[in-house]
Design a protein around this ligand. Sequence first.
Ligand code: AMP
Ligand code: MG
Length: 358
Amino acid sequence: MGTWVRLKTRYLAWIVLLLTHSQCHASPTATTLTGPTMGTRWTVKITDRLPPKITVASLRQEIVDRLAEINEQMSTYISSSEVMQFNAAASGEWFEVSQPTAELVTRALEVGELTGGAFDITVGPLVRLWNFGTDRGVAVATEIELPNDNAITGALAQVGQQHLSVRADPPALKKAICGLEVDLSAIAKGFATDQIGELLKEHGLNDFVVEIGGEVVTRGKPASDRLWQIAIESPPEANRRLHTIVPLENSALATSGDYRNFFVHEGKHYAHIIDPHTGQPVGHNLAAVSVLHKSCLYADAFSTGLLVMGAEKGYDWATQNDIAALFLVRSGSGIQERVTPAWKQATQAPLKKRLSNP
Ligand code: AMP
Ligand code: MG
């Protein structure tokens, strides 16, 4: 029995939107909306004028409704959600779900395949075994035994996306083994961020930033002579709040890290992201990974998968697959940054474009 200390139980924003700078220059029509969702907060900032038929209040309500709908489909915190009903369902039968849930599961399985199983949405039994599940409570310090090898082997037997099937028409999921679960926590925030971006685009809006718990979608600009500036937080060891600021235009950014939700047992750090191959929480020197992508759901999923792979393997994989990724790696002297060629290109391109089109 050892002392488990959960230093942070709530998922806080990884990334701070640097709005102050743009606010000084933003158009007088700028609108900022915010609210709670998915155990964190959503924020939308729009710098173009709202169409005449839309009010700030009606737009806010549309965002709230869309997020509520996504939660009712995909949340593991809502026991009546589609995903939770599927988790409780028997194996061997198709279980009908909404089109967005089937679509997101399809994308998640694709990322699982691409990452060689580092990303796996069936990891739920292991997440719970290591006390990172939704029922973990808010204790700051509790005495819990680490799971033994038998328990880990038992949970691993219920994990593996090869046991999960998805069908598009009519949309449905099927598990091949009893006890298989779906946990979309590592991709649903990115998906929801994309969805709110789509909602704003459908209203003809072209200049906005959407953020949910640190996952970000940007479109257009905060003002004609500026780019959206997104700050990436430093891990605690770095002794400074911000690591870097990324200029973004029509792009999404997501981050996974091991220092927000973890516990320490006998001096060892156990993070909420689990390696589905070993059944163990990640515990290597990679503190955080940020990924830039056209779509936030992929950025979200890839950042989690890369965190599982670790600094070396993750960097090589991201480079080979042309993924724009920034790795923050613990080293003796603090935190070291390593970026893939695609990251360098993606973060320089908006600046270059701006310099050539002043
Ligand atoms: P994120 O913060 O986006 O990296 O997502 C972390 C959450 O995803 C965890 O709290 C788990 O619920 C779930 N998760 C943990 N490990 C994995 C994994 N290897 N693949 C997919 N989801 C995971
Ligand atoms: Mg993720």
